[in-house]
Design a protein around this ligand. Structure first.
Ligand SMILES: [Zn+2]
Length: 285
């Protein structure tokens, strides 16, 4: 805001110092520039995030086919939406959707806006529903933290908003539309590359684990199950260092980060056993 107030008089003085520019035009041009600058600085909206995330999911489905098992998919959605309902953002523009990928690779992807893809291999690594919930809670935390959408290169978004901000939709020429499509595709590339190849930063991963602990506790799951599943991931990573382990810090480092941060909860063993029974019937059968 302070910058804006400094910016207005400076721009006006510059414009008025040019002999051929009248005051009305100068004021008009100044405010158009301010409007465009403000729009270029706005964050990506929930609706825009949803459309980018949907395209990211579609791209991932080109590499990993869907596992078409409606009973298992319904169950993963039940556990996932239970966790999401206890997050900071229980509802997103397009809602949360969980799908299973037909791959034995241990991996999971949180697409911006609420689509979460988890491989059969990752589901099978979990030994009970609480561990499955821990894996999904970590992914939901990435969505709530907007880690995926933040991996879009800033220059792309600034360019998109400059085009969007300075023209009404009906004024877009074919050149503008081509540019916008290229920016959209480039944004999807940025996210897919981060999810599949580069991974997030260590601090983003640690933050997702810490947030996952609070979701688990609020939803009535055992937060310690995150440590249990990370221990199993650690053993697995020793023999197969691909997929999830390529894009995430060493599971032992993740355990070290959260081991003193586990929230204390009163666990109901009867409910845990019921959840385990349910897990076995959908996952182990
Ligand atoms: Zn992660």
């Amino acid at each position: 805001m302070i910058r804006k107030f400094i910016f207005i008089p400076i721009l006006l003085i510059c414009l008025l110092s040019c002999k051929n520019v009248d005051i009305d035009k100068a004021v008009d041009l100044t405010f158009t520039t301010i409007q465009a600058t403000e729009k270029a600085a706005r964050p990506i909206s929930d609706e825009e995030e949803y459309y980018v995330g949907r395209a990211v999911a579609a791209r991932l489905l080109q590499y990993y086919p869907l596992y078409e098992n409606s009973a298992l998919t319904r169950y993963i959605n039940l556990v996932g939406t239970t966790i999401a309902l206890h997050s900071e953002k229980p509802f997103t523009f397009g809602g949360y959707h969980f799908a299973v990928l037909n791959s034995n690779e241990v991996n999971a992807f949180a697409c911006p806006g609420g689509i979460i893809l988890i491989t059969k291999g990752m589901i099978q690594l979990a030994q009970n529903e609480d561990e499955l919930a821990a894996i999904l809670a970590h992914e939901i935390a990435h969505i709530n933290h907007r880690d995926g959408i933040n991996s879009i290169k800033q220059a792309r978004w600034t360019e998109a908003l400059t085009i969007i901000g300075t023209k009404a939709a009906r004024q877009f020429g074919s050149e503008d539309l081509t540019k916008l499509v290229n920016i959209f595709e480039g944004s999807v590339d940025d996210i897919v590359k981060t999810l599949v190849v580069n991974g997030y930063s260590r601090s983003q991963e640690y933050a997702a684990d810490e947030t996952a602990l609070s979701y688990l506790a609020k939803a009535g799951y055992n937060p310690y199950s995150l440590i249990n599943v990370l221990e199993r991931m650690g053993k697995y990573a020793n023999v197969n260092n691909k997929g999830f382990f390529k894009t995430h810090p060493d599971p032992n480092d993740r355990i070290e980060n959260i081991k003193d941060k586990i929230p204390s909860v009163n666990l109901d063993q009867t409910l845990f056993n019921k959840r385990l029974q349910r897990f076995n019937s959908f996952v182990k059968s």
